[in-house]
Design a protein around this ligand. Structure first.
Ligand SMILES: Nc1nc2c(c(=O)[nH]1)N[C@H]1C(S)=C(S)[C@@H](COP(=O)(O)O)O[C@H]1N2
Ligand SMILES: [Mo]
Length: 328
């Protein structure tokens, strides 16, 4: 079949392009690393909201600076704001790590609506401001692990997706949740053609309903207490910390409850390399590289990759009885 063949050719091209780009990025990354350590510190000091620590007298000594809010995890420092906002994957705005920070600035994020539809009793189109008013925004510091074996620690601001889904009242037949990124010339997205990106637009992702309802799963609206920048998926994006980065779909406009497993962008582009579940799993190598270790952005030695990205205690039960080598 002609159509199938052209798809095959295209996915081979994507592969070559990705290998080429990741090699080039390695060289650029080495040069950047030295400067980002310094600028990272500056950004943390400037951008971390200043909070006063509790003390016995309830007073801050004259002239003393209140301590900056601590954003990390035990034994893991939060990645610098500079790195989180300048080392990105956002194929609508470029296939390398550095152009989204520049090119996504054209994205128009206001006004913005998110529709919740499909198999729900109460479908509704929400304005972004309505969502942030309805659901209290929480700070959540999570590990973030890209399938390309780099990782960060990101202090998100957001609310549990499950709260929004509950409001919409999923019907008994709903088993999956599908997500869609904006695909709208009026919002200036995408900037790249499908051919240039090697993906079909809109970018789509999906979760099983129980994964979507899990209290760790967020709709994020900010980072380090600041509204999301366009390159990180402004104004609202999905965060599922135990799955590979590509599940964390950006700039979401539609959430659809469905009975069947929805198509997902990377699985469509290359189903042998990218599964629907894509739980972080050090025991299942990517066909072209190991997933046993990861490069933590801002650090110089590799870290061991943890099952479910360190969230096994909270989520492993979702996959009881499933062969995770088959359902990768
Ligand atoms: N719409 C859209 N969402 C996306 C992507 C994308 O290209 N388009 N890239 C994914 C990948 S591969 C990763 S690793 C994360 C990167 O998020 P970050 O740039 O905020 O770190 O976004 C994910 N969400
Ligand atoms: Mo990724």
């Amino acid at each position: 079949m002609v159509i199938k063949k052209s798809d095959d050719i295209r996915s081979r091209e994507i592969t070559d392009k990705k290998v080429y780009l990741s090699r080039r990025n390695f060289l650029r990354g080495a040069a950047l690393a030295a400067t980002t350590v310094a600028t990272g510190l500056v950004y943390r000091q400037l951008l971390a909201p200043q909070v006063e620590l509790a003390n016995p007298t309830g007073r801050v000594a004259p002239g003393a600076q209140p301590a900056p809010k601590q954003w990390g995890l035990p034994g893991e420092e939060a990645t610098s704001y500079q790195d989180i906002t300048h080392y990105n994957n956002f194929y609508e705005f470029g296939t390398d790590k550095y152009s989204p920070a520049r090119r996504a600035q054209s994205l128009i994020t206001r006004p913005w609506t998110v529709s919740v539809e499909g198999l729900v009793n109460k479908p509704k189109v929400f304005d972004l401001d309505e969502l942030t008013r309805l659901f209290p925004q929480e700070d959540r510091v999570y590990r973030f692990r890209c399938v390309e074996a780099w990782s960060m620690v990101i202090p998100w601001l957001g609310f549990p997706l499950g709260e929004l889904l509950k409001l919409a009242e999923p019907q008994g037949s709903a088993k999956y949740v599908a997500f869609e990124t904006a695909n709208d010339p009026k919002k200036k997205i995408p900037a790249l053609s499908e051919y240039e990106a090697g993906l079909d637009w809109p970018y789509v992702e999906g979760l099983r309903l129980d994964e979507a309802m899990h209290p760790l799963t967020l709709l994020a609206t900010g980072i380090y207490g600041e509204p999301l920048l366009p390159q990180n998926g402004a104004p609202i994006r999905l965060v599922v910390p135990w799955k590979y980065g590509f599940k964390n779909i950006k700039s979401v406009v539609r959430i659809t409850l469905a009975e069947r497993m929805p198509p997902t962008s990377w699985n469509r582009a290359n189903s042998e390399e990218y599964g629907f579940f894509s739980n972080v799993n050090p025991e299942v190598p990517h066909p072209r590289w190991s997933q046993a270790t990861e490069r933590r952005i801002g650090e110089y030695t590799r870290r061991t990759t943890l099952p479910f990205n360190g969230y096994a205690e909270q989520v492993a039960h979702l996959y009881d009885g499933m062969d995770l080598k088959y359902y990768f």
